[in-house]
Design a protein around this ligand. Structure first.
Ligand code: BGC
Ligand code: BGC
Length: 607
């Protein structure tokens, strides 16, 4: 009898042991331990190849065979700038991402996928999404609560299509206004960038989307002319370690403390070495000193820039502390290199385990293991009226009034002329990273242009628009608005030697001045332009940055329905010489911005 009981207990024991073995679990089922225990379980059940796959981030267009996602255990897929399904509708995004997610869930490990996008001002690759002002405008608003709300809405629109990972916010600190990424930053004051960045991360976290502050570290401090492919972007930083940490670490420190679980590493170099290969910055400072528990993702093709040897690049980047590599194309080769490096002892297996553990921890942090495709994303949330209301508010609060000599607000019954292509072009007012990587001129579905906004807000004003300023009008209008705009650009393609106005901008200003009693200069640009030579021709100057899809927000302030709130998030240089010499004597100081003084009589809306 006793022996039988003992055998029975032994069998029971063996049965439970068998149940508990990671490798024998059906795909996608994990024990109900704590998150960290769970991660440990998953990790021990994974092969080296599967771990290497988990460390791989692939561009959507580069997936040649969907079966590879499950077979190779790919960790993440992204749509880069200008990446979208055809037709570019929220519903086809949802179908596309779900079809990838299904492959991952059906794989042996059943680990869900990260789907990453650069939703840097709204879910901006998708036609029909709300497009917020670029960060520089949010920086001018100085409203952390607004930033948090824009991030939350962006995340909801992302989740509406199944995307769960946002390569945002940018925490760079631009010093040189010639750089093509100035507008992606919140400004160049560490405290401001830290605070707004922190709230952006909180907004994404609240919605359950993974935030990725970028690009670590020192971005904005590169020397002009030091870049291999561009003029400044991805160039060289020469600061000492003390200066580098003192001048640019704070926003990342705050980001880590706010729960950021992934950080993207810069493609620039510091003291002659690409940051993607710098163990001191990635491992010692970020992971050890700041106690960052999430994972580091390299930027697009970044590790290819370390040297001309692919195998060596993989070894150096991963040993330095990169956990997931945005390959973005030759994923098979990358996975093979990781496996080879571990087998030959060039990368310690403990480093791979650490990387995968960090990635899985981040996947857990947004609840990926619980939701995935069963959550049924709702593409109808994209661009809904509540979201557009918040974007319109963001536009209003981002505008900076630089000069106003008795012209604004535009009061009832005035005749108004509007000139400049940006006056009626949502693409121009949205800038880069809008549908296309480099942005595009022309209509953006669902958007409202400045002209449309003015007509709506000032129904009894007579408004005439001429893109090139060729007015044929019998007498001078009461008010003329000259819109000058930068052509859309993104990243290094926007690095430019010259921030002066173009010939066509000058023509627009001249003709507006000729045909109106008072001239308002409205600037649509990602950075301060050199306006010293035209500012005296204008009675008022408004910096509108790159406001995005809700152009009526501009009209709501020009009409006096709302007051100006924006303050410059960086100083406005006087001349190109001052830009080049990093001159100290700006045309407008950091923090400058006028308003109507609140007691403005409001003819349309009462007080
Ligand atoms: C940019 C990143 C972006 C990535 C993916 C890179 O070129 O530097 O900011 O997240 O592409 O689109
Ligand atoms: C992608 C961008 C990426 C860039 C990097 C483009 O083709 O669409 O997302 O940032 O390449 O060079």
């Amino acid at each position: 009898m006793k022996v039988e009981i003992m055998i029975f207990i032994l069998i029971l024991f063996l049965f439970f042991m068998w149940l508990g073995l990671g490798k024998s679990k059906p795909p996608g089922t994990y024990s109900k331990g704590s998150d960290e225990e769970n991660i440990g379980d998953i990790l021990t059940s994974m092969s080296l190849e599967e771990k290497a796959g988990q460390m791989t981030l692939v561009a959507e267009y580069a997936i040649k065979d969907k079966n590879d996602i499950g077979k190779k255990g790919i960790g993440g897929i992204l749509s880069g700038g200008g990446g979208y399904p055809v037709p570019n509708t929220p519903e086809s995004w949802r179908l596309m991402i779900n079809s990838f997610q299904k492959e991952a869930l059906a794989s042996r490990t059943g680990i869900p996928l990260f789907y990453g996008v650069d939703a840097v001002h709204g879910h901006n690759n998708v036609e029909g999404a709300v497009i917020f002002p670029h960060n520089i405008g949010l920086g001018a608003s100085r409203s952390s609560e607004l930033v948090r709300e824009t991030a939350f809405i962006t995340a909801q629109e992302m989740l509406g299509t199944g995307a769960n990972w946002n390569f945002a916010p940018v925490l760079s600190l631009p010093r040189d206004m010639r750089w093509g990424r100035v507008y992606e930053s919140f400004g160049n004051d560490q405290a401001l960038v830290s605070e707004l960045g922190r709230h952006y991360i909180l907004g994404l976290n609240e919605a359950g989307v993974l935030a990725t502050p970028k690009h670590y570290l020192g971005e904005g401090f590169e020397e002009w002319g030091s870049s291999k492919d561009y003029l400044l972007d991805q160039g060289a930083i020469t600061l000492s370690e003390e200066e580098l940490l003192g001048d640019s670490l704070e926003p990342f420190e705050k980001a880590v403390n706010s729960g950021a679980m992934s950080i993207m590493v810069s493609r620039s170099s510091w003291q002659g070495v690409k940051i993607s290969a710098n163990k001191r910055l990635l491992t010692n400072i970020l992971k050890e000193h700041l106690n960052f528990k999430g994972f580091l993702v390299s930027d697009w093709g970044a590790i290819d820039q370390i040297s001309d040897n692919d195998y060596r690049n993989t070894v150096e980047a991963i040993n330095a502390g990169i956990d997931m590599v945005m390959v973005p194309e030759n994923y098979g080769e990358f996975i093979d290199n990781v496996v080879r490096a571990v087998n030959s002892g060039d990368i310690p297996e403990s480093r791979i385990n650490d990387a995968v553990e960090r990635i899985l921890r981040a996947k857990k942090s947004i609840g990926l293991f619980n939701v995935s495709i069963t959550k049924h994303p709702d593409p109808d949330v994209l661009g809904n009226p509540e979201h557009r209301n918040v974007a319109r508010r963001a536009v209003r609060e981002s505008l900076v009034l630089l000069k106003n000599e008795g012209v604004l607000p535009i009061t009832k019954g005035k005749s108004v002329i509007l000139a400049g292509r940006g006056g009626d072009d949502v693409g121009l007012q949205s800038g880069g990273w809008t549908i296309e990587w480099q942005g595009r001129e022309g209509k953006i579905p669902g958007g409202t242009s400045i002209l449309e906004g003015l007509r709506r807000e000032l129904p009894d004003c007579d408004i005439t628009f001429e893109a090139e300023g060729d007015f044929i009008i019998p007498e001078k209008a009461d008010i003329g608005i000259a819109v000058i705009s930068e052509k859309p650009y993104a990243e290094g393609a926007g690095d430019t030697e010259n921030l002066g106005l173009s010939e066509s901008d000058r023509k627009v200003i001249e003709s507006v001045k000729k045909h109106s009693k008072k001239t308002v200069l409205l600037v649509l640009a990602g950075r301060p332009l050199i306006i010293s030579d035209v500012i005296n021709q204008a009675d008022a100057v408004v910096m509108a940055w790159l406001p995005g899809s809700e152009g009526d927000g501009i009209a709501e302030v020009l009409s006096g329905k709302y007051d100006f709130k924006g303050k410059l998030p960086l100083a406005w240089p006087k001349s190109m010489e001052a830009v080049k010499e990093k001159g100290e004597d700006p045309l407008f100081e950091f923090g400058y911005g006028l308003n109507y003084g609140l007691l403005v009589e409001n003819e349309f809306y009462g007080t």
